[in-house]
Design a protein. Structure first.
Lengths: 456, 456
């Protein structure tokens, strides 16, 4: 409970700091803003800045000019960071790029438009520029983009003592944070790794070749970031080396970047299941409309297909108004059952639980779940309909349609995402529209069709 | 592309190994199973075992007896680990508990029923038992349950050299993996931390007090795991110390456990939004039915409320059959718009982006998005209805209802989760049922109500 309060206080603090900053902006007092920011941890300063409306935030950055500390810049959420980079002068961006680890520098370069990127790269010294330009050639969302060039690699014939001495010599040139030392052959090919904890534990004369461990991960520059994140999770890694196409060690990825990737992939799945296109697409009204209207347009089409099915049974609806009253119940419950199965399947696919025979077992389980829930809810809705309308035939038709829709929902909830995956598509994208359309059509067709056969 | 293939090969390998293991089980040849498992990385061995149907898996564990290596046991997915613990003899479980780091041991203890837990704890030596018993007193899903007791703490007057010598003396007693050393006062209160990378970089005579950094995280034993994960993300931590109520250092949490927590919380949100109750509730048909039927029952109730609204307009439906044909379109599109806003809001709340003034801005944005999409789709559906039925009044009524439902969906999609959060509830749980019911009611009420006023 005390933690709850403390965390609440932190939010209030960010809010309070944000209004202090906003006031200082109105007063045109950038020094006071800079001072407030300097007193905070960069992540907390970024939080406070994100509390500001976007226009105020941009004014702050403009007033600060090149003075927005790079540590804060890199802690900002994507859309705020992009805004900041937009208003910062080229030299300030170039300066930030030189200060940052190469993975963070790449993230900032990605925000820039081509022309400005070239201009900013011009400002850098040739080595940094060549390095960054090469990285931008790796595909988006690959290990090559995420890795940093800063890592520690030593030959296998070295001892623990030599490695520690080497680290002391490098001193501030070492990466600020790293968890393991890579052991390489003369061709800079990876032989294994030694945890820093292990280096600390062993006597100075112990040979690295005696204590190094085999690599668990297997990451090359072109590996997709989702696959990289999976290896981090599977092997509980804090960092991992990255190889180029020829097997040479070229970089290192750290777990904090993987946590961001995991969050991003999760966000994409969750939004895709609810038919929102882009993970970061809701910051302005226009963003929201653009991220949502394409799916609504598709849904518009499928909804009219479903109403076309209803129109086939115009005669039945004309004669029995109860059909119009009850048919949305079949569609709503069936759609809910389908969404449930779909969410479980999408999640299981993301966690790689539906491979090989496990997929076949899951299909069978969803089919049976559809039958069990179908029986339960068919009986339930039939009883309610009977109490309401006192029409036994109508109630039986209603229950039968409910049962058919549940079984159908169960099967489509798992087969649609599995099929999308097999086709190489993202199982979360579009599957919800497919599943809901299929259950709607089944609901209306089975209920109105059975009614036409039995009741007319 | 080559990575795709390699990853596919890995899946196939797990599948092949699983069938080899399954064959060995049928032959009653536990030695061959043990040998296959021993050749694999524990995480890969766990993957292969998870390919087996649950009953075969349990037979494997029974045949292996105490021989299921503890490293594999802890890599298994929750439900497989629980099955394994169920069939392992008490002594094998106790042995596993003694081998594991205390956080993993706690995870296994949590799987046991009270009576068996007491029996297993009896088998342990008194110190281990006391330690584990104390940990089980911390609330579930708190830092106290997640932390390990194994960490390194040293006094601030020590030098880098003394710290390294101390680590060498402890040797194998040190935790296998750690990333930082904690600096404490004589009362074991935290003063700061020194990264191992920093220890390595500095000369032997440098004082820890000169290089230690202030702690960014602030984690005590009773802090909720979601809050802990948030601090890890915010400050990009690989590990963090845990304090007890009096501020004394008592444990350490590492990032690999936090990655699991993040995945779990994400799964819970995604499933909750699709009305599935429990994160791990779909392994048998019975699990699935239990995790889904309560929400279906609630939906059954709300669906009949919506059909009650329809029943109010029986007269209109009786006279104009087109109303029955078109009303599901209003409900489907409105429901889709509501789900979209809801998913964006739930995700933003989870990433703590909707605090303070940001929440007010988000409500305004959703309201305006509802208006913009409402206008677009009201015009769209009205045109389609006009082309279909050639009835201008019906088309206008249809479009107007669509507009009202979109705006309503936009507002409820954001206000429902924000309200649930303010009430201290999980914004993902139940909000989807609320939002869909509210949009259904609005859809039917506005369409049929307007039709009654205008068309009859």
């Amino acid at each position: 409970m005390s933690e709850e309060i403390r965390s609440e206080d932190k939010d209030e603090r960010a809010d309070r700091l944000a209004s202090e900053i906003a006031d200082a902006v109105v007063d045109g007092d950038p020094d006071s803003v800079a001072q407030t920011l300097a007193e905070l941890h960069p992540a907390d300063a970024a939080d406070a800045l994100e509390q500001l409306p976007r226009e105020t935030f941009e004014t702050v950055v403009e007033q600060l000019g090149g003075e927005l500390p790079t540590e804060i810049l890199i802690e900002l959420r994507d859309e705020y960071r992009e805004s900041a980079v937009d208003v910062l002068p080229d030299e300030a961006v170039a300066e930030a790029l030189e200060e940052l680890d190469s993975d963070d520098a790449t993230a900032i370069l990605e925000d820039l438009e081509d022309e400005r990127r070239d201009r900013v790269l011009e400002e850098l010294d040739p080595t940094d520029r060549a390095d960054l330009e090469q990285r931008m050639e790796y595909g988006e969302e690959t290990a090559g983009r995420l890795m940093q060039r800063e890592y520690v690699a030593v030959p296998e014939f070295w001892t623990v003592g030599q490695t520690i001495d080497h680290a002391r010599e490098l001193g501030e040139e070492l990466p600020e944070q790293f968890y393991e030392v890579y052991v390489v052959d003369p061709g800079h090919r990876l032989l294994g790794f030694v945890l820093l904890a292990q280096l600390l534990r062993c006597a100075r004369d112990v040979k690295l070749s005696d204590i190094m461990e085999n690599l668990e991960s297997d990451i090359s520059v072109d590996l997709d970031q989702e696959e990289v994140a999976y290896q981090f999770q599977k092997y509980s890694l804090a960092s991992a080396p990255v190889k180029d196409e020829t097997g040479r060690l070229v970089g290192m990825i750290t777990v904090d970047d993987m946590v961001d990737v995991i969050q991003l992939e999760n966000t994409e799945d969750l939004l895709a299941l609810s038919n929102v296109s882009s993970a970061d697409g809701s910051h302005t009204v226009w963003d929201s409309v653009r991220a949502r209207s394409p799916w609504l347009a598709i849904n518009l089409f499928t909804a009219f297909v479903a109403s076309g099915i209803i129109a086939l049974f115009e005669g039945a609806l004309d004669q029995i108004v109860q059909l119009a009253i009850l048919m949305p119940v079949v569609a709503a419950l069936g759609g809910n059952a389908g969404s449930q199965g779909l969410a479980v399947a999408v999640r299981a696919i993301a966690e790689r639980e539906l491979q090989g025979t496990a997929a076949r077992r899951a299909v069978m389980r969803e089919f049976l779940t559809g039958i069990v829930n179908g029986v339960l809810f068919a009986v339930g809705v039939a009883i309610i309909a009977f109490v309401w309308f006192r029409d036994p035939e109508l109630s039986v038709v209603f229950g039968a349609a409910m049962f058919a829709t549940f079984v159908w929902a169960g099967i489509s909830g798992i087969l649609v995402p599995l099929t999308l995956k097999r086709l190489g598509a993202d199982p979360a994208v579009a599957s919800s529209v497919f599943v809901l359309t299929m259950t709607d059509i089944m609901a209306f067709f089975s209920f109105l069709g059975l009614a036409t056969l039995v009741l007319l």
